[in-house]
Design a binder for this molecule. Structure first.
Ligand code: A3P
Ligand code: MG
Ligand code: MG
Length: 396
């Protein structure tokens, strides 16, 4: 039998263009009790308003209300206000929020971390061991003892198209049940419109709630939470969108914020007709739901089950921390501890490779199973904004 792939130990000072490889398999390296993780704590936040302009406030926070079952998630598709980034936003708004925080609280309150990135990047890393189609394309740079990681902008759209498990309908023999990719993206946002209102439900009348639920669907406004967390010895600052609150934010910053993540997925067949592959498909989706929510410390995930044609049929609330156990007792198609240990091991390896200045590409090609890191340029390549670099220079 061929010898198992070995963990590649990089030289301490990588020379230009040399490629370092971190194989994902074999996974037995990552079995066992999970690396210690700190509960994520919010250190900063910001909003994007209805025009997707940055705001240093909580103006785009929403509250959860149960959406009406039977609602057609296709409704309003023609008036969807779809925001798609037209240029690379790098880590700018995350860094902006960190600057605003230091400005308000003083630079002695500065939160240090080994890594700063968007939650989405960490979701891809965390799920890579069990996602057979995993791929990513990121850039990393070391600045002032922190590694900043961003997504490669042009590759994002290609990855999203590939991510969609539903190919666009063929024009020759259209299946009356098949839906366009745009429509399938829309109904995730429509589900959010039906489930989120800008004021706490306790101080909102049923009529006001219905008005909010009927509003035009738009993904321009967002609220983003930036948390401090850690994987084993590696500390991270992660920024990501949070969908809504189940209860007003606690005054005490040590208390858990009752965020809720909203997700839509196709309904399962009735129990007597359920097959192993139906459960497998759903539990694979749970990996994404768990990883995304776990990383920001979002304690609950509300899943909206829809029919093939986009009718909302059911709702189920999951406790994020219980999802890995459910899957362990179910198909066992993924293991949360392995994900955590893999991420901790990968981050440790990245720290050894990204030691000098420069821009490093961090690439996992579809089905390749090996993360490749190569120094591809000098400086910080706009990964860290000019404003942030100047702010740090002025503060030191
Ligand atoms: P669903 O997740 O219910 O499909 P999020 O769940 O992360 O808050 O994102 C809200 C919605 O944005 C998603 O709803 C989906 O419609 C759309 N979306 C998010 N990420 C996407 C991606 N990578 N590709 C296509 N659509 C995406
Ligand atoms: Mg969201
Ligand atoms: Mg969501």
């Amino acid at each position: 039998a061929p010898a198992p792939k070995q963990y590649v130990q990089p030289p301490t000072s990588p020379s230009q263009h040399e490629t370092h490889r971190f194989p994902i398999q074999p996974l037995h390296r990552f079995h066992g009790a999970s690396a210690t993780i700190k509960r994520p704590r919010e250190v900063a936040h910001f909003s994007y308003d209805d025009n997707h302009e940055y705001r240093d406030d909580e103006s785009s926070i929403n509250y959860y209300v149960p959406p009406p079952l039977g609602a057609d998630l296709k409704e309003g598709f023609d008036t969807f206000r779809h925001h798609e980034d037209k240029e690379d936003q790098h880590l700018d708004s995350l860094l902006q929020a960190l600057m605003e925080k230091e400005q308000k609280e003083g630079s002695d309150k500065r939160v240090k971390a080994d890594f700063v990135t968007w939650r989405g990047m960490m979701t891809k890393i965390l799920t890579a061991p069990f996602d057979h189609f995993a791929e990513f394309n990121m850039f990393a740079t070391l600045h002032d003892s922190t590694i900043y990681i961003e997504e490669d902008f042009p590759s994002r759209f290609a990855a999203r198209a590939a991510e969609s498990s539903h190919p666009p309908p063929r024009s020759h023999h259209p299946d009356p049940q098949s839906q366009s990719r745009e429509m399938m993206t829309y109904w995730g946002y429509k589900f959010e419109t039906l489930s989120l209102i800008p004021t706490p439900p306790s101080s909102t009348t049923p009529e006001q709630i219905r008005v909010h639920q009927r509003a035009v669907t738009s993904n321009h406004a967002q609220h983003c939470s930036i948390v401090s967390t850690s994987f084993g010895p590696h500390s991270l600052l992660l920024g990501g969108e949070v969908d809504g609150l189940l209860a007003p934010k606690p005054a005490n910053p040590d208390e858990q914020v009752q965020w809720v993540e909203l997700k839509t997925t196709e309904e399962l067949p009735p129990p007597q007709r359920q097959q192993h592959r139906d459960i497998l498909k759903f539990e694979r989706k749970l990996l994404k739901f768990w990883a995304q929510s776990f990383l920001l410390g979002v304690p609950k995930v509300v899943v909206g089950f829809r029919s093939k044609t986009g009718i909302l049929r059911g709702l189920q609330t999951f406790n994020t921390h219980e999802i890995p156990g459910m899957v362990r007792r179910g198909t066992g198609c993924w293991d949360g501890n392995v994900c955590i240990n893999f991420a901790a091991g990968f981050l440790g390896w990245l720290k050894e490779v990204v030691q000098g200045e420069g821009v490093y590409s961090v690439v996992l090609r579809r089905k390749s199973g090996v993360v490749e890191v190569t120094r591809v340029g000098d400086g910080t390549g706009n990964i860290v904004s000019e404003e942030f670099l100047a702010w740090r220079r002025a503060g030191d």
